[in-house]
Design a protein around this ligand. Structure first.
Ligand code: SAM
Ligand code: GLN
Length: 265
């Protein structure tokens, strides 16, 4: 069977052919351009079975990014694997807002709570060279993937296992900016098939999706700090009255970011 015929099988399953090239490339350890250049050649028999198995996995909603082990974020490629959230495009906007505040106030110490794959923390470390970035997560897997991504971009982030800012209480007073994309989905929300393969603790936060925020704002004295968090599109009113912060919109004009500026300058 030629590569073209293999791709046709994928299309017949209702999946996009561009993906088929990536999946075939993954099994054959070749770039998609190689497959395209050899599209009418025979697909090696010993690889065919594995390729078809991957096609089935995708058909069942298993995320492409977990299969490929990589994802694009803010123009860079990051490692991801099962057990960490696949970064979302909205989160690039969160990084934009952080960069704006870092530059405006010349901030030097940033803590990312719930680093996941590390995309926020590592992007800030790469883009803002003079900033020391700290990060926490309750998931071992997240901490190890975030460390791999920091190594990939040769940045020196300090990632520690633990909840909220607890692992950094020793330096808490010196932290100027806290950023987080926490879990904010309501428990029991019907989610797409693909999200079922992502870690529940990265997505769900109680009956109204607000558990993380409530606990965080109760626990810490944030005087002198800036807090920038991603939020659910229907959580803006509650969170701005809880914190006195302002709510900013994402590219689709939905409430998406909460900014609390308690910096004493
Ligand atoms: N920052 C990554 C991103 O934007 O792609 C991951 C965000 S994911 C929505 C939330 C992350 O927070 C998960 O990795 C989860 O394990 C972690 N998490 C959940 N509750 C936490 C807590 N109380 N303290 C620290 N991390 C937490
Ligand atoms: N926007 C994400 C989703 O529904 C949720 C991410 C989060 O809880 N931080 O897929």
């Amino acid at each position: 069977m030629t590569f073209l015929e293999v791709i046709r099988i994928y299309k017949e399953k209702g999946l996009p052919e561009r993906e088929a090239l990536l999946l075939i490339g993954k099994i054959m350890n070749k770039k998609k351009e190689y497959i395209l250049a050899h599209i009418n050649e025979e697909c090696p028999e010993d690889h065919l079975e594995e390729i078809i198995q991957l096609f089935e996995k995708r058909k069942n909603g298993y995320p492409l990014q977990y299969i490929l082990g990589e994802v694009e974020f803010y123009g860079r490629t990051f490692y991801v694997e099962e057990g960490v959230l696949i970064p979302r495009w909205e989160t690039e906007g969160l990084v934009d807002i952080c960069k704006e505040y870092i530059h405006k106030y010349n901030l030097k110490r940033v803590l990312d709570i719930g680093v996941g794959s590390g995309v926020i923390a590592v992007t800030i470390a790469v883009e803002c060279k003079s900033v020391q970035v700290y990060g926490t997560d309750i998931s071992h897997k997240a901490i190890s993937v975030a460390q791999k991504n920091a190594m990939r971009y040769s940045v020196d982030c300090d990632f520690r296992l633990g909840e909220f800012a607890e692992p950094f209480l020793d330096v808490f007073d010196n932290i100027e900016l806290i950023v987080s994309n926490p879990p904010y989905v309501r428990e029991g929300t019907v989610i797409q098939k693909e999200l079922e393969y992502e870690p529940a603790e990265a997505l769900f936060a109680g009956y109204d999706g607000l558990n993380f925020y409530r606990e965080f704002f109760k626990r810490y004295n944030l005087e002198g700090k800036i807090v920038i968090m991603e939020i659910g599109d229907d959580q803006g009113n509650y969170l701005s009255s809880l914190t006195g912060g302002k709510v900013l919109k994402d590219l689709t004009s939905k409430d998406r970011y909460l900014v609390i500026d308690k910096l004493i300058s």
